[in-house]
Design a protein around this ligand. Structure first.
Ligand code: ATP
Ligand code: MG
Length: 334
């Protein structure tokens, strides 16, 4: 029998290259070998977007189209909407007894995110909501409701998985051996840098190339990408390792071109404008098949709805069966 994978993405915007190389590419690779449940985590998205339900609803469909566009096959992957699986919410309540508030406050991922969301949660996290602080608990519910054994993650997600394992161990020690401890599969690329040279490409950092970006947008973004600041004139030799244009060539171009670009840049026989123009073309070729597949789903929104309906139905059945086991163990199976 195939092992179960559970992973999810928050529907708060379209997918960018960071999501693709840090997560999506890994999903595509794994879809043949696992029973794959892919959660569109709308409830989790609401924890920091509770005042913007339209945004979350719209992005449920946007992100599903993006995920289909990168080559996830709905015959292999169950796409489901988190809010439509009440067992996850129920489990979150049960697990909330098994984790301390102090432990959640110490979770490195939660800590970083709280400090990034000052507008919402205050300068020192003094306005943190119960819901946001508890999202790792709901993530443990997501994973264990499906007996998720394998979870593909970026390195920023590892503390969340560790939190899940702690909850699993605690649950099993009290109620019996019912839950599985999930293992991570890390992506080959753990962190994609932003156009501005920032260590992370991120939606809220405004430094991302999105899979849906059209030619003109790509052109503008690539032309503005950060290059080696020590290179002033076209024929100055430069260091490709500090250049974002070379960095993206390495992601989307072929090996022969990458080697050529690297040596020409070091020798000073390649200007940045030329290099950027070539990157625009390489980026467009990379995105073309993705955007072509996406267009099918844009033209056929009923297909997207069908994928979500069928996936959610399969996920609900699986979660309901697991819930029976859990309630029995907790002696609340009246
Ligand atoms: P935000 O800026 O709102 O936090 P984001 O662009 O960081 O948004 P998330 O929804 O937080 O996107 O990302 C979901 C997951 O996708 C991350 O946990 C990570 O595993 C992966 N991911 C996001 N950005 C990158 C990146 N630049 N490089 C590698 N992986 C990434
Ligand atoms: Mg993020």
């Amino acid at each position: 029998m195939k092992k179960t994978i559970l992973t999810g993405l928050r529907p708060t915007g379209n997918l960018h290259l960071g999501h693709y190389f840090g997560a999506g590419q890994n999903y595509v690779r794994l879809q043949d070998d696992y029973d794959f449940y892919l959660e569109i985590a709308d409830v989790q998205a609401l924890t920091d977007n509770f005042d913007n339900p339209e945004k979350v609803r719209k992005n449920v469909f946007e992100i599903t189209k993006d995920l289909l566009a990168i080559g996830l096959d709905p015959n292999k992957v169950h796409f489901f909407i988190q809010s439509q699986i009440p067992e996850i919410a129920e489990l979150t309540v049960f697990y909330s007894n098994l984790v301390t508030v102090a432990r959640l406050q110490r979770n490195p991922t939660v800590k970083t995110e709280i400090s990034q969301k000052k507008e919402l949660f205050g300068n020192n996290g003094e306005s943190i909501t119960y819901g946001f602080l508890g999202y790792p608990v709901s993530q443990a519910a997501d994973i264990t409701a499906f007996d998720g054994e394998v979870v593909p993650v970026g390195d920023d997600q590892l503390p969340l998985l560790e939190q899940c394992r702690e909850i699993v161990r605690k649950f099993n020690s009290i109620y019996g051996n019912v839950l599985k401890e999930p293992q991570q599969v890390l992506s080959k690329t753990t962190r994609v840098k932003g156009l501005d040279g920032n260590e992370k490409m991120g939606k809220s950092l405004g430094n991302a190339i999105y899979l849906v970006d059209d030619d003109e947008t790509i052109r503008t973004k690539v032309m503005g990408a950060v290059t080696d600041p020590s290179k002033i004139k076209k024929d100055d030799p430069a260091n490709p390792d500090v250049c974002m244009v070379y960095y993206y060539h390495k992601l989307v171009n072929n090996e022969e071109n990458i080697n050529k670009i690297c040596s020409e840049c070091k020798q000073g026989s390649r200007g940045c404008v030329q290099c950027k123009k070539e990157l625009i073309e390489a980026m467009k070729s990379f995105l073309e098949p993705i955007q072509e597949r996406r267009k099918f789903y844009e033209d056929n929104p009923e297909e997207v709805k069908k994928v979500l309906e069928e996936g959610t139905k399969a996920a609900r059945e699986k979660a309901m069966a697991k819930m029976c086991e859990i309630k029995k163990a907790m002696k609340i199976d009246y």
